[in-house]
Design a protein around this ligand. Structure first.
Ligand code: AHG
Ligand code: MN
Ligand code: MN
Ligand code: MN
Length: 320
């Protein structure tokens, strides 16, 4: 007879965030930035639980209503970057202009972030997150996602996790926020395999994009499991955690791109590709797209190699 599992179980014990980062990179400034961002993510996770979901009566440059929670998370992240002393420039979805954070250019970093991804689904109690990318020196324009030295997301769901990847260290790594406030390494992803899981964003585009409609019909015909929350962070996080699946956010003549290359798409592209997955804007990896304006937007797909080939072939008749 099978024994009952213990009622009190916890994820396997692994390195603390600091132990992991110290082993993974010799760049003390980068460790400092990622540790400080970890502190901010922890505070945001707590604040989001009780913060007002009301609007600040402002609209950001993307036309999104700025909610109190967006601005709170935004403030905490800018403060963390100032406090790190290794951040040169920072900018965010809510403040898409370069802010001088006082850190050095040489040996320092520039950071772009989406303080709260999915802020409009905080009231419905869906999972939300924070996304950020770290570039060396003082440049966030004229660079590509491939130039990132690190990227990460905070996921605020039933669990709070910090998922990060470093340029010079393999894999994407998940840290769980423990009751006592520490981040503990719980998972590493180095391969994204095949599996029938789909996360179809911006389905309204199927109205006048027949190729996207064809792609969606393929998933349905092949009996893929639908797992879409409307929050890009949990939707993309599941690909890394389950090590399978595909996320799509496609445009059409009547439905323009919404997702921001610098603040959302490039950092998540870095995480997915370091995890062994692929990304595409339809023609190339999103990591090869040059950031021309801080507020550039793009369509995107993330997933296993075969899913990205299918995405490019179905939309444009060929894959690179
Ligand atoms: P944000 O809350 O940072 O403005 O971004 C939300 C994004 C992303 O999480 C999601 O994939 C997309 O909006 C969904 O948009 P629609 O609900 O308009 O399709
Ligand atoms: Mn927004
Ligand atoms: Mn977002
Ligand atoms: Mn946001």
């Amino acid at each position: 007879k099978a024994k009952n599992p213990s009622l009190v179980t916890r994820c396997e014990i692994g390195d603390s965030l600091e132990e992991f980062l110290t082993k993974a990179t010799s760049d003390k400034g980068l460790v400092r930035v990622l540790m400080c961002m970890g502190e901010a993510l922890r505070t945001i996770a707590f604040k989001v639980r009780t913060a007002s979901c009301g609007g600040t009566a402002c609209v950001n440059s993307f036309g999104d209503e700025q909610l109190a929670v967006d601005m709170l998370a935004n403030k905490l992240l800018f403060e963390a970057l100032t406090y790190s002393h290794f951040c040169k420039y920072a900018c965010s979805e809510e403040v898409p202009e370069l802010q001088d954070m006082g850190g050095p250019t040489e040996g320092g970093f520039s950071v772009a972030f989406d303080p709260l991804d999915g802020s409009s689904i905080v009231d419905t109690n869906f999972s939300v997150g924070t996304i950020f990318g770290v570039w060396p020196g003082d440049k966030l324009i004229g660079v590509t996602g491939r130039d990132q030295v690190a990227a990460a997301m905070g996921v605020y769901g039933p669990r709070t996790t910090y998922v990060l990847a470093l340029k010079d260290y393999p894999g994407s790594h998940e840290f769980l926020l423990l009751d006592e406030g520490k981040w503990q390494h719980v998972k590493e992803t180095t391969e994204i395999g095949e599996g029938k899981l789909f996360s179809p964003g911006n389905l309204r585009a199927t109205f006048d994009n027949v190729d996207y409609d064809k792609l969606i019909n393929y998933y349905v015909k092949e009996k893929y499991t639908l797992r879409y929350t409307g929050g890009m962070v949990p939707d993309v996080n599941q690909i890394i955690v389950k090590e399978k699946g595909v996320f799509t956010n496609v445009i059409s003549p009547s439905s323009k791109a919404k997702l921001r290359l610098l603040f959302e798409v490039a950092p998540l592209g870095f995480l997915v590709e370091k995890a062994g997955g692929y990304s595409s804007d339809g023609h190339q990896s999103v990591l090869d797209k040059e950031i021309i304006n801080l507020d550039d937007r793009t369509q995107v797909a993330y997933g296993s190699k075969n899913e990205i080939i299918r995405f490019e072939e179905t939309l444009y008749g060929k894959s690179r």
